[in-house]
Write a protein that binds this ligand. Structure first.
Ligand SMILES: *Cc1c(COP(=O)(O)O)cnc(C)c1O
Length: 429
């Protein structure tokens, strides 16, 4: 009897199949070849018929050469660090595509000469925050802090209140980041209280700057006192304010969250913020403030190491100039329409025999800002086992488990994704 392995089609023959060849163009030869080898091995082992090698190869191929997978965020946390924080607007996604090839990022097309890098993005930032004399963009909020500390306080002191010594997550502590630049920390006040006199007494000839850090992921309540930025005006050294979340103006839904315009109006010389928190854009660190200080940072040798790429510049500009971001839309959803959506989904699940209900819930902004603030929301309630099933599904959905139930909170799910969410649940049921 002939050895059935002999009939397994050869690699070149499978790769020459038009659909497989097209996949190799799209995904790369190496990745497709691996899938062919796997299918051939399965045929040799008798797991699939040899006639199925092409089909098996095609079925095993990923949609993309990148293994990064879209996940539906049903956690009720708008800015989820593990899910990549802010989802980009359609406009920003389009901008990424346009910027991906060769672009005029550092070329003045009217003269053919080298132009200032990212000029349009900085102009968009300044037009959004007219209070700022100048702006600069680096890789993330931590990079903005590192650049400010290095350029303004290396070998000198940064005055910081003990109640603002923040750990931002994954073990990263801002005080450690600051001292890693060669600056020294001058801690003032106590965990719960600091007074203007503490700042006055600490500032001296050796002070690089006074730093105010927004406690963006915790709240201290009770017997507390802090010194607002406005009170530090005229203290004699630059006042740098790390607002964290990147709001450019006061936000009606989050009235207590600091914003760049108010901080500058209150007298901050430099404001630092992240691009991918409440601003709703790509990962970036924004520096806004007095021209002389921003120039100093921009020309520091470290600035080159923290420089953002053309993709970030493009996505950030589109975020600033474009329509409301997904984060902004999520902040403005009203509970009634969220509850209606949850009820409609629960009804569809019950019709398929899945025990489901809808209820009011509370969403949060997340580690990116507005600690302690809850946003009225609504969730679909499913049996607890759905949490694992949904995370492992073809369209992964991340819900949250509470009291032995799986909650799918809709605050961070755009309504246009309801169909996808419904299909994801029905597929794993
Ligand atoms: C998030 C945050 C940072 C760090 O910003 P990244 O963009 O994550 O590097 C720094 N300071 C504050 C107050 C923050 O909330």
């Amino acid at each position: 009897m002939a050895d059935p392995r002999q009939r397994v089609p050869g690699t070149d023959r499978v790769l020459a199949h038009p659909e497989v060849a097209a996949a190799a163009d799209r995904l790369g030869h190496r990745l497709v070849k691996q899938a062919v080898h796997t299918a051939q091995r399965r045929a040799r082992d008798g797991e699939i018929p040899t006639s199925e090698v092409v089909a098996e190869t095609l079925a095993a191929l990923p949609d993309s050469a990148s293994s990064s997978r879209p996940v539906l965020n049903a956690t009720g946390v708008l800015l989820h660090t593990n899910l990549g924080r802010a989802p980009l607007s359609r406009a920003a996604v389009d901008a990424l595509g346009r910027a991906a090839g060769t672009t005029d990022v550092e070329l003045d097309l009217s003269t053919g000469r080298r132009g200032p890098r990212g000029a349009a993005t900085l102009a968009a930032l300044l037009s959004a925050v007219p209070r700022a004399e100048a702006a600069h963009v680096v890789n993330n909020g931590a990079a903005a802090l590192a650049l400010a500390a290095t350029a303004l306080a290396q070998g000198r002191e940064i005055v910081l209140a003990r109640g603002e010594m923040v750990e931002i997550g994954d073990g990263f502590r801002l005080p450690e980041l600051l001292t890693a630049t060669g600056a020294r920390l001058r801690e003032i006040g106590t965990t719960n209280r600091v007074r203007l006199d503490d700042y006055r007494a600490a500032v001296g000839a050796d002070t690089g700057f006074v730093l105010k850090v927004h406690p963006s992921n915790f709240v201290i309540s009770g017997f507390t006192s802090a010194v607002p930025v406005a009170a530090l005006r005229g203290i004699g050294v630059p006042v740098v304010v790390d607002i964290g979340s990147g709001l450019l103006h006061r936000h009606p839904v989050l009235p207590d969250e600091p914003d760049a315009t108010s901080a500058l109006a209150d007298g901050a010389d430099l404001v630092l913020a992240s691009g991918d928190k409440l601003l709703g854009g790509p990962q970036a660190g924004l520096l806004l403030g007095r021209a002389e200080i921003v120039q100093q940072l921009r020309h520091h040798p470290l600035a080159r190491a923290l420089r953002v790429d053309k993709l970030t510049l493009a996505a950030l500009e589109a975020t600033l100039r474009g329509p409301r971001t997904p984060v902004e839309q999520a902040l403005r959803r009203d509970q009634r329409s969220l509850l209606l959506r949850a009820e409609r989904l629960a009804e569809a699940f019950r019709a398929a025999g899945i025990p489901a209900s809808a209820e009011r819930s509370e969403a949060t902004v997340g580690g990116g800002g507005a600690p302690g603030v809850t946003l009225p929301s609504a969730a679909v309630v499913l049996p607890e086992r759905f949490a694992d099933l949904l995370r492992g599904g073809a369209t992964p959905v991340l819900g949250c488990v509470a009291h032995d139930r799986c909650l799918l909170d809709l605050a961070a799910v755009p309504p246009e994704d309801d169909d996808e969410l419904r299909r994801a649940v029905l597929a794993v049921a």
